[in-house]
Design a protein around this ligand. Structure first.
Ligand code: GLY
Ligand code: MN
Ligand code: MN
Length: 439
């Protein structure tokens, strides 16, 4: 595992895997919410990863000779309304870049920065970056009698940065653990606080309050606070229903701490006590999750983990009489998908679904190795109107999700301290909620 987080190192590592050519990467845009109001700005994770600069309207060019940042020049009028800006002067002092120019000079300066490289690497999904690069390449191609080579190859930068981001260094790992701890605390607070007098919005607000109080910038993604049947919608984010006694609450919520996400799901009873039917399904999901964690071994793949999860869930559904037939066939025929419609794992890091490749350059599934981080999140969701399901199970939605970091000795469960067994969860539901409000 890399020890140092230095933007210079990251730029160097990128140059190494792009054969010392040139990379162009753009910041995120400020996005209009309505009329003249914008959504809060969130920097592009990959841009942030390579230079740590948090402003919009910027663009980074990384070449073996130098790293160049284009950014907005300071403007007293803008600063009065929107706050301090970095500006070109300070950028070279503070950031790991060699040169900084006003973004207004981009069209004029970009051709020289790309000149005499064979290939230009740019994110093919970023239309604006592609336009800038193509215009610069056209400009170079039209120059007569020049003694340098115009770039003629365009390559997709996306997976190259993703490949770097796949293996976290110790600094990233510490931030991810802190993010997981903050989110874990918020989940415990939710278990202690939720009851039939509360609603989903109360719990979302409580968790957001704890995230921010503990130093996170907020939620890492739209929190899912789903009482009862709302849990059957996988990305439910309305979070505005009252809780009902006898129902379960599924919470899928993580914090963003210093740019790094956690992603935790727990499911617990409104009343604080699981019914017998809820216990049966909960225990099955938990068994699948524990089996999947046990398979998180260096050299294994996320596919191996998913297959094992499916096997345990499907066997359990056959035992409960919900599915009938051969486990392998039921999985292959898509029968399990009716009740387990999503994958088991995704990479985790700066993005909740971290922008990292799942296949390597030989199109082989990536094998787990130290520094890789991912989730394990089996679930079962029983529609309210499925006649194949015994009535007592209908409308139940349960997911359990932990965050794993691979170490040289194997998997570290970063969210292991969040209550998870039936007895741990019931105990957490009976804790004094006031203890979480003012620590
Ligand atoms: N929170 C989204 C997910 O679990 O993938
Ligand atoms: Mn997840
Ligand atoms: Mn999640």
């Amino acid at each position: 595992m890399q020890e140092l987080t230095s933007y210079r190192n990251r730029q160097k590592n990128l140059l190494e895997i792009i054969n010392n050519q040139v990379a162009v990467i753009r910041s995120n845009d400020l996005v209009t919410r309505n009329h003249d109001t914008e959504f809060p700005f969130r920097q592009s994770s990959s841009f942030n990863y390579l230079c740590g600069f948090g402003e919009h309207d910027s663009l980074l060019v990384i070449s073996p000779a130098k790293t160049t940042l284009f950014l907005r020049e300071t403007d007293p009028f803008l600063e009065l309304w929107m706050g301090k800006m970095m500006g070109t002067q300070r950028a070279t002092d503070i950031l790991d870049v060699d040169e900084a120019y006003d973004i207004k000079e981009l069209a004029e300066k970009l051709p020289e920065l790309l000149d005499d490289h064979q290939d230009v690497y740019v994110d093919f999904g970023d239309e604006k970056a592609m336009t800038f690069v193509k215009e610069a390449m056209t400009n170079l191609a039209r120059r007569k009698r020049k003694k340098t080579q115009s770039p003629h190859g365009l390559k997709n930068l996306y997976d190259y940065v993703g490949a770097l981001r796949l293996v976290k260094d110790n600094n990233e790992r510490a931030r991810m653990q802190r993010s997981a701890d903050i989110a874990g605390l918020a989940h415990r607070a939710a278990m202690a606080t939720a009851n039939k007098e509360r609603n989903e919005a109360d719990i979302e607000n409580l968790m957001e309050f704890i995230f921010k109080r503990e130093g996170a910038s907020g939620a890492a993604y739209g929190s899912i606070i789903a009482g009862g049947e709302n849990a059957l919608c996988l990305h439910y984010i309305e979070n505005n229903s009252n809780f009902k006694d006898g129902d379960l609450i599924l919470i899928d919520a993580g914090a963003e701490f210093q740019g790094y996400a956690s992603d935790i799901t727990r499911t617990f009873p409104v009343s604080g006590k699981f019914t017998e039917a809820q216990k049966e399904i909960y225990q099955l999901v938990l068994d699948a999750q524990i089996a999947a964690i046990a398979l998180s071994i260096n050299g294994k793949t996320l596919d191996d983990i998913h297959n094992e999860t499916c096997r345990v869930l499907c066997e359990g559904l056959v035992n409960l009489g919900i599915l009938e037939g051969d486990v392998k066939e039921l999985i292959a025929n898509g029968e399990l998908k009716k009740y387990y419609p999503h994958g088991t794992s995704h990479w985790l890091g700066m993005d909740v679904h971290d922008q990292c490749p799942y296949k390597d350059e030989n199109n082989e599934t990536i094998k787990l190795a130290p520094g890789m981080s991912f989730t394990i999140e089996p679930g079962l969701y029983f529609p309210t109107n499925d006649p194949n399901i015994p009535e007592k199970y209908r409308g139940i939605g349960i997911r359990i999700e932990d965050d794993i970091m691979m170490d040289k000795d194997g998997a570290v469960n970063m969210t292991a301290s969040v209550p998870k067994t039936i007895s741990e969860v019931e105990r957490a539901c009976s804790e004094d909620p006031s203890q979480f409000l003012f620590l």
